[in-house]
Ligand binder design. Sequence first.
Ligand SMILES: [Ca+2]
Ligand SMILES: [Ca+2]
Ligand SMILES: [Ca+2]
Length: 409
Amino acid sequence: MKACYLILIVLAMLVSVQLAAQTPIIPQLNYVWHLGPDLYQAWLGYQNNNATTITIPAGTSDNYFSPGSSDLGQVTTFLPGTHEAVFSVIWDGSYLEWALRTPKSPPYNPHQYLLVDMSAAYEDEDLDTVFPPIDLYPDDPDRAFDVYYPSTGMNTLAFEDLWPQVGDYDFNDMVIDYQFKYIHNNDNEIKDIFAELELRSVGATFQDAFLIELPISFANIESYQGYHDGAPVNMPMYAAGTKSVIKVIGNTADYVPVPGFDIFWNSQLSQPTYPTIKLSFEISLITPVDPGDLPYLAPFNPYINVNRVVGHEVHLPGMPPTAFANPDLFGLNDDTTDPGTGRYYVTSTNLPWALNITGRWRYPVEKKQVTHAYLNFAAWAESGGTINQDWFEYNLDNCDPDFVYPQGW
Ligand SMILES: [Ca+2]
Ligand SMILES: [Ca+2]
Ligand SMILES: [Ca+2]
């Protein structure tokens, strides 16, 4: 008798699970392309409001197209949520209907019918073979897609400006966040490079310059323009051997008040926190370049000119100096740069002078070494980046919050 009750309870639970997964899945028409005379391509998706994945075989009375072939390669595995453009059908534009019935014990769910309609079909107006809405530039044959790096949010560059000496090693002499956007053409080549930049800290006595080297010939630069808060500003570009350089910040003092020795901008607890400086630039190329052919991509090869001295460059570890760099400085003091072996901008124990960090980094307070603010930093750097890869994250396992500047990222 007890076993009977148990079986009934289990059956009741199974039925209730099945009932919970019975909301009809809604078929959706996302967009249609007019490929040619009497030739259309429809992109379809669905909305599954159930919490579970539901399988409905194609070509059955529960998942079929009509008239004509009932199986046009439609989706059969329906994940929870809304999923756009999961599959496409190519047809002549005549009447076409997709019928979908979500399985359920009696009483059955009704069929959900979708008219696959060509009346709102997109044309490829610019003839670049990419149709809207995938073509974000539908009137421009040279442009089709946006690609962001990082894909969301911003990353941080942080510089120490006493190279070739280690200095106070607080990595707040220049802190600048970035997000790049490439506009690709229909061949996925780069046509334009945009950068959104945000200067957050100038914890420096020097008035440094900030530049970015691009592995793109200056002769291939069609146009360039810089902006501060959206208003045009001068950001000159130069040929640098076979590459090019954009001078984003000619002098930090152009943008931030540096009142004087021992008073710094956004790095001292005793001083106010100022609004960050928002800069951007856009560069267009004459001949688009395949990103796979470039030796490095965003953030490319960013560097500072210490106290604006051309040639006195500080780059990310392992990144080469530009054609302007003064080779007499390599290997001095704490630096072990050796162009002959491809060793750049690290100490004998692999400590860098510049950092490229995922996300918006909370940098150290003025005169507080990064090794004291972030307790796992030194082991990370000395390992060549193979251990403690999350050293930069702001949590009590990783850092001493008293040594981290409290800007709210
Ligand atoms: Ca197009
Ligand atoms: Ca286009
Ligand atoms: Ca500093």
